[in-house]
Design a protein. Sequence first.
Length: 401
Amino acid sequence: MLKNANLLVLSHQYYSFIKDQVEEISAHFRHVDVLVRYKPIAEISSFLPVEGLKRHRKRSVIVLAGVPENVRVIPVPLYYLPTDSGYKRLGKKHYRAVRRMIAKHDIQPDLAHAHFTWSAGYAGARLREETGIPFVLTAHGYDIYDLPFRDAEWRENIKYVLDRADEVITVSASNLKCVRELGTEKPVHVIPNGVNLKLFYPRESGECRRVLGLPTDRKIVLAVGRLAEIKGQRYLVEAVGQLVSYRHDVICYIVGGGELRKRLDRQVREAGLQDYVKLAGARPYHEIPLWMSACDLFALSSLRESFGVAQVEALACGKPVVATYNGGSESIVTSEDYGYLVEAANPGALCGKMLVALDREWKREHLLNHALRFSWKEVTKRIIDIYESLLDQGGEPGRER
């Protein structure tokens, strides 16, 4: 049935887990349109992968290398004030912009799937209300564990979106609790994000270190993520400070950019850890698999995660994980065959498990087999089942484009 159907995807970005999911799913559809919200004053690369990007000006369609022929990626420019009140008003703007793009590009969807409850989810909810198009919503992270609990208005906004979805997906059991707390009676499915096994697979560690210019005589601890308070990198730096009192052959690379760069750099210098902690900055996504294969251990120090796909990417490269109890990692590091979990914001506990992990002989086949459970091929089977169920209820799809 889906082979005759058109899918509309509403999102805030088109890279990593959104891009991989859409491109895996696209093989099941006749056509997929992806409407991507962005701020025109920002770099276009903030929501799209830089590699292979060019602008098709006449139709305002983004053309990306390697994207399936039946997928169109269309930017939806939206201005808004970077304040809480400005963000609250964004929902209606987003919906109006989506309707304009649907008309402009002759988009005729049989099904809509929005990623993040706000503001893409609001646009999808309004579309469902006014057109009757079946609507699937994925609540990913802050949009479900943070926004609806800020105040009554946010709670009402997010509840409105949830209640108008035909099916709700979220990526972890901790997120499911948040959805349930909001009182929606709609069906909710826990379906994790996936890993792109075409990018993330074991490579020869020494060669990856050579390409990246990393030392070959050190044990490498790697962290990948935005430099932000919620990611807990300051606790990782403290943990490494303790770690080097036990062994001096360790070096930690923190890959990512963000508002905490200067503060973390100062913390490293004041602790005298310049030889043991390196802030590598933001790196292109295609380079991250090399970092994963180059390291000995992946560390995630987050205070809160909706899922934490970087952990699965590390496992897919055959690397163990030491992470915190943060709401998302518990769904990934489900056995000590794959790594260890420690209390968040506890540098001593993080140091202790990193010491154990660096000394342990890990069974790579256990790590790789566990990562296979999160392949996009496996993950999207469940999403396709939801789509087919909705279209079964709504009649045969397939309008002419």
